[in-house]
Structure formats: structure tokens, C-alpha cells
Design a protein around this ligand. Sequence first.
Ligand code: ADP
Ligand code: MG
Length: 322
Amino acid sequence: MRYFEYSQTLMGTKVSLQLIEKNDLAAKIIFGSIKMLEDKLTVNREISEVMSINKAAGKHPVGVSPFVFTLIEQAKAISIAKNSCFNVAIGALVKLWKIGFQNGNVPADEQIQYCLLLTNPHLIRLDKQKYTVFLEKTGMEIDLGAIAKGYIADAIKKLLLAQQVNTAIINLGGNVLTVGDSPLSADGYWKIGLQKPFAKSSQPIVVIKIKNKSVVTSGIYERFFIEANQHYHHILDPKTGYPLDNELQSVSVISHSSMQGDIYSTHLYGLGIEKSISYLQETPSLAALFVTKDKKIIVVNIDSSLIQLINKEYVITNHSFG
Ligand code: ADP
Ligand code: MG
């Protein structure tokens, strides 16, 4: 059995779509839609709907597409939740650090403290009647980098189903979403390999079996820079303005909605192991897999029969509360 793989570089990453039947038209529609969504959501170019909001910060509200509005509304709700490590208003800090771009550098502490004052998510004013977004303070910036890929993955799934494509796997660089049953296994499960952090070539350390679900990974090994022997990665602590510092190398969240997975992979990364485990104990519908710097894999709310260790340098422990 072979797949038909279609791929393009979009959103700064390789986006691939695997289908079991050749379907150039579906692929064309999918990639066209991703481009359209990216064009509205990006903050890495001068012009987009989100850039219009950011440029009007402190000045006036900006009307946006209903889906952009809803996405910001959901992102704001998560951002203002108590002890959230996810903050959609973190844009000014992301731009300051430039992590993941060629000129990433450690900013002066005064600059970080100044930008922190521009990241209060309560100051995102939303008008549901007019579909407008207003950032109340000049210099504030919205950044949807930690949620957009998840949203787009879910949108692609709907588009595929609308075209009667009922079996597919979508990979948006770290966001994997499966549609239907895998034709490759008798039980219909898809096998998703999680890569060894910092490895140069493809080296899965563990394989997760999923069906009709998404696996989203947030890690510190893809977008980072090193300065004076210090490793600075792209997930920032909304409280301190510096990269989140803990025992984790990555967090993968397994969920129905890829957008939820994207939000929670960032949030749980920020919580660290101990707090994440308590959080997941109270949220049995959410499953996650953590990889620590000292080669431990901690699996929470996933049946152990769905996890297979590949790299024996790692040790797995499983917590099941569901
Ligand atoms: P990935 O880019 O690997 O998918 P994430 O989903 O965690 O990882 O998103 C990280 C991106 O989100 C950053 O590149 C930045 O644009 C933005 N970001 C950084 N820190 C935060 C945070 N604490 N909350 C929300 N967004 C963040
Ligand atoms: Mg995320």
C-alpha cells in the first residue's frame, strides 16, 4: 500500500498531506486554503488581518473576518485564565527576542520589562457585534503562533471530509492530524513517531497509536538559538518575558481538536511535569506525553497499549487517571 504525498513549505514549515488515492484537486484546494488562512493570521509579514490589528494598537478597533475574530476570542479566553502559560498578547516579546529567525538575540532586561507591560490579554477589546478587535495600548501585539497551526489543521480536516476524502494524514510540522482509519493496520490505528529532540535525522523515540485524533508537539529543539552557552527557545514565560525554563524538552498533546492540542501543548509545556500531571488528573479527556531533558518519557491519560518505546535510552512511566 502506498500513499500519495503532497507537500509545500507554508507557515515557515513543511506541510504535508498524505492521501490513499491520488487526488490533485483536493490537494490544490487544501494548500490554497492553508495559504489563505496563513495570509490572514501571520505576523511575519507586513500585511495580514492580525498585522492590521497590531498596527492599530492604541489607536482604533479593526474589523476582521469572523474566523479570525473567533480564534482571537478563544485565544484570549485561555490567556486570561488563572495561571495560564499561554498568552496570545505576547507578540511584543516574541518580536523582541526574534527566536527562530536569523537575528535572534538576548535583549536587554529593561527592554524585556518594558515589553512585558504590553502583554496584558485583558487589554484585547473584542466587539462581537461588529467583529472588531482593539488593542488598548500602543505597542501591543497579538501573536497566534501557538494556536494557528492547530486551527488550520482542524479546518483542513473539515475541507477533506467535505470533499469525501475520508482517509488522510496531515502534518503541519509538529501538528499531526489523522482522518478516518489507517488502511495500513488491521485495527485502524495510525502510528505517529515522536522524533528524538535535537536529532539531525529522523529518529523516533516513541510511537503513539491514534485514530481520528491529533498529536501536537511543542518542543524547545526546533526554534532556538545559543548565546554564551545558554539555550534560548521560542516558548516564552508570560510572567517573566524569558524562555520558559524547566525539565522538559517537549510536550505532545493527543486530542480530538488540533487547536485544543496546540493550545495545551504550549500551556502544559509552561506548567512543567508536576503541575501538568495534577492538571491532567482533573482533565481526563486530555492526554499528553512529556519528554524530559534526562530522557524520561511521562505518559498521562493514554492507554499503555497505544504507546511503544523505540529508543531504549529513554525510560517510560505511565499515569492513568481516566
Ligand atoms: P510550535 O511553534 O513549535 O508549534 P507552539 O505551539 O508552542 O510551538 O508555539 C510557539 C509560538 O507561539 C512562538 O513561536 C511564538 O510565536 C508564540 N508564543 C511564544 N510563547 C508563547 C506563550 N507563552 N503563549 C502563547 N504564544 C506564545
Ligand atoms: Mg502550541
